[in-house]
Design a binder for this molecule. Structure first.
Ligand SMILES: [Zn+2]
Length: 312
């Protein structure tokens, strides 16, 4: 398998190389001090010598020391960086995600560590304060779906939407997606997501759901399409309007969740959505190759809120 050949690369084998590559991914313009945000390379030096941790930097601005993992979701983890590169590669390749069991077996770490690594990497995959989507002359598709423990094996299996979580997603056709977990999709929650994430100069494309009726008036245009129109289940309106990009994303998400993850507590749904959105937004169709995709996960380990106690 290609996977084997790829793990021959230095970042998966050599801890010093893994560290250098992580530094290059996180700091394309040179190290940034996590304590005082100083990025003046004249005022940052490497601390060399056998008595120091590898990859240690000294900031002349605040007199603090740091490595590439300080202030990141990897902070204080004792997991080798080569294993983080492997896990980042595994979680970002393919459409359906990667189970913690698979990581546990392949990386030869405990299941608990594998689970911890996956959640940290999902945290890295979250976009922080992204630019608004769409804009003048551009289209934003919006749609909502329901996700829940529909597996009959799940402990609290119930039929119907009431027990499920709502997911709202915005997609630029042939572009990127943003997906949100909401308690319930209502006119208000949908409006809140739309006005905070899309330029009002965009053209909004949705299905005929009444949820979008009012907020639609706040956009330069609002076109509605019907689901399931032609034999491919895609309706293309008289002016080419569809919502198939957003439906396509929901399809990938649901198939992946069913096949790979099965159980996902509601408290984690936002992280899984971030993972699926990351892969969608770093897909090869947008010109991102495997190597870049893996580096893009690791480039974003900083500046995240730590939601787990570092205990590994
Ligand atoms: Zn500093």
């Amino acid at each position: 398998m290609a996977k084997k050949a790829l793990f021959q690369e230095a970042v998966f084998q050599d801890e010093a190389k893994a560290r250098e590559a992580l530094e290059a991914a996180r700091w394309p313009n040179g190290p940034v001090c996590p304590h005082c945000k100083n990025s003046d390379q004249e005022k940052i030096g490497r601390v060399e010598g056998k008595s120091h941790r590898p990859g240690l930097f000294y900031c002349h601005e605040c007199e603090g020391q740091f490595t590439v993992t300080v202030g990141t979701v990897f902070e204080r983890s004792k997991i080798p960086l080569t294993k983080w590169w492997m896990a980042a590669h595994m979680i970002s390749a393919g459409k359906a995600g990667m189970s913690a069991h698979e990581i546990h077996r392949t990386l030869k770490v405990t299941y608990k560590t594998a689970w911890f690594m996956m959640h940290r990497l999902r945290e890295a995959m979250k976009e922080i304060a992204p630019e608004p989507m769409g804009g003048g002359g551009k289209i934003v598709q919006a749609d909502e779906t329901y996700y829940g423990n529909t597996s009959k094996r799940a402990k609290h299996y119930r039929k119907g939407h009431s027990r499920k979580s709502s997911v709202v997603a915005l997609v630029e056709p042939k572009g990127k997606v943003r997906a949100f977990h909401v308690k319930r999709a209502t006119s208000d929650s949908v409006r809140d997501i739309l006005v905070r994430n899309a330029h009002r100069t965009s053209e909004l494309h949705t299905d005929e759901s009444p949820l979008y009726r009012n907020v639609g008036r706040e956009f330069s245009a609002h076109k509605t399409v019907r689901h399931g129109w032609n034999q491919r289940g895609v309706y293309v309106g008289p002016e080419g309007e569809t919502t198939n990009a957003v439906e396509n994303f929901f399809g990938i998400f649901k198939r992946g969740m069913r096949g790979t993850y099965v159980f996902c507590g509601e408290q984690h749904l936002g992280r899984y959505l971030a993972e699926f959105a990351f892969r969608y937004n770093n897909r090869s169709g947008l010109g991102v190759n495997d190597r870049e995709r893996t580096a893009n996960v690791l480039a974003s380990i900083g500046g995240k809120r730590l939601t787990y106690r570092p205990s590994h």
